[in-house]
Ligand binder design. Structure first.
Ligand SMILES: [Zn+2]
Length: 443
């Protein structure tokens, strides 16, 4: 006899964001995976001994994959600044580096991670890729962070943004931090893993970049970097050797499927073609691109080129419904064309697309044998849901408060609208205290 699973019967079931939602269907969850998808009658007949969740007013949909975040970033929300930076490089040089990254220590990162894990689960994020930046938080910051993520039961990839900005020695420490995290993840063999990561071509030498890729290859992991988030990097590269950023990576021989390139805001048509040809993975952060005045990434063009693509919060506005609204709306305005970035494509990028981009296998679709990471969203909207409007209704008019249930690897993490085992008041208080400490330099 089969082991006992759980049958879930929502009003609507989204199995794959690029396909139509299903009405009258259910799903069976067993041992942390989706085991079967079928009609209500078939599932009840086949698995009469299973537990049953009746959710007649909810949509079951894959959990969000935040494919690029900085969990520590929450501490900078609302930080006092005497004046707004007047460009992307001033944003880094006058604000982000001296007042945020360079002030971080492990305790601040841990507090922010604890808070953000609760918030990710609150808004339906079940998996994420994080990039910690903080040259003076080395060493040991990532494995401490990993213990916190593990406690929450989220699926996460952690990395440290190695950079030679402070010194060559600090860059080497950053690479080692990633290696230590990769080793920790392999030993733990759980939901939290590591990859390789460095900053950019303007803070890392070519030798350093090649070293990062070589280490990643040795350990069979992806390598992440920020790329052309504003005009500065491509212009600096052009002045250096006549090549744009992606063209330079291709000339170095590292552009390929093992490369996870985030941002890609100021990239040319040739760079898009190169990303597609070499099979590199890309993540886009529509809201933070606005924040830093970096521009608007060519998302419709990247999707048209067939590039593996995901969406991220960048640690800026973290409710993933808001991130989707950014990706859905900004490109329509930029292209003066309401047809670009349809809702189901944006849902795909926020789920299966993101999972593929950050190298998580069998994740982001409700398919037998795939990981049981999903959410149940309440359909308390003023107009009816239907097959033709479901993705748009959820994307535009829902937020974290509509997420009733969140499940990661078959484990319930949020139920009846409440994140389990989370003392939100205490977490908020600790995060506020941490932010005040970080802001001392800025005030
Ligand atoms: Zn970032």
């Amino acid at each position: 006899m089969d082991k006992k699973g759980v049958l879930i019967f929502p009003q609507w079931l989204v199995t794959v964001a690029l396909e139509s939602p299903k009405n009258g269907y259910g799903v069976r969850v067993l041992d942390g995976q989706f085991d079967a998808v079928g009609t209500r009658e078939d599932l009840l007949a086949q698995y009469p001994d299973d537990g049953i969740w009746e959710r007649p007013d909810q949509v079951l949909i894959p959990g969000f994959v935040d494919a690029h975040t900085h969990l520590y970033g929450v501490l900078a929300h609302g930080i006092p600044l005497s004046k707004a930076p007047d460009g992307f490089m001033p944003f880094l040089e006058d604000f982000w580096w001296p007042l945020v990254e360079d002030q971080l220590d492990s305790e601040l990162v841990n507090t922010a991670t604890d808070w953000n894990c609760s918030q990710m689960l609150r808004s339906g994020v079940t998996s994420f890729y994080d990039c910690t930046e903080g040259p003076y938080a080395l060493p040991g910051v990532l494995t401490q962070q990993a213990e916190i993520v593990k406690k929450w039961g989220l699926r996460g990839i952690l990395s440290f943004e190695a950079t030679e900005r402070v010194s060559k020695e600090n860059g080497v420490l950053g690479l080692q931090e990633n290696l230590d995290m990769i080793k920790w993840g392999k030993q733990d063999n759980g939901l939290v893993q590591g990859i390789m990561c460095f900053h950019t071509t303007f803070t890392c030498s070519d030798e350093f970049i090649l070293k990062a890729f070589a280490l990643a290859k040795e350990h069979d992991v992806l390598t992440h970097m920020h790329c052309s988030e504003g005009h500065y990097e491509p212009q600096a590269m052009l002045a250096r050797n006549g090549l744009r950023t992606i063209e330079h990576y291709d000339a170095l021989g590292v552009l390929g499927p093992e490369m996870l390139v985030s941002q890609c805001v100021q990239i040319s048509e040739n760079e898009i073609n190169l990303l597609a040809k070499r099979g590199a993975r890309v993540t886009s952060m529509p809201l933070s691109n606005c924040e830093v005045g970096g521009g608007i990434a060519p998302l419709p063009e990247l999707t048209a080129a067939g590039i593996t693509l995901g969406l991220g919060s960048d640690g800026y506005i973290t409710d993933f419904f808001e991130v989707m609204r950014g990706a859905f709306l900004i490109h329509k305005a930029a292209h003066t064309d309401p047809r670009v970035m349809p809702a189901n494509l944006v849902w795909h990028l926020a789920t299966a697309g993101g999972a593929k981009a950050i190298g998580m296998e069998k994740l982001g679709c409700v398919v037998p044998g795939w990981k049981a990471d999903f959410m149940l969203v309440k359909t308390v909207l003023p107009t009816p849901l239907s097959e033709h409007n479901l993705f748009e209704q959820l994307l535009l008019y829902c937020n974290a408060s509509h997420v009733d249930t969140v499940v990661v690897a078959g484990q319930v993490k949020k139920a009846n609208g409440i994140v389990l085992d989370a003392d939100m008041d205490n977490l908020r208080l600790k995060t506020q205290q941490a932010a005040k400490r970080l802001w001392q330099k800025a005030a």
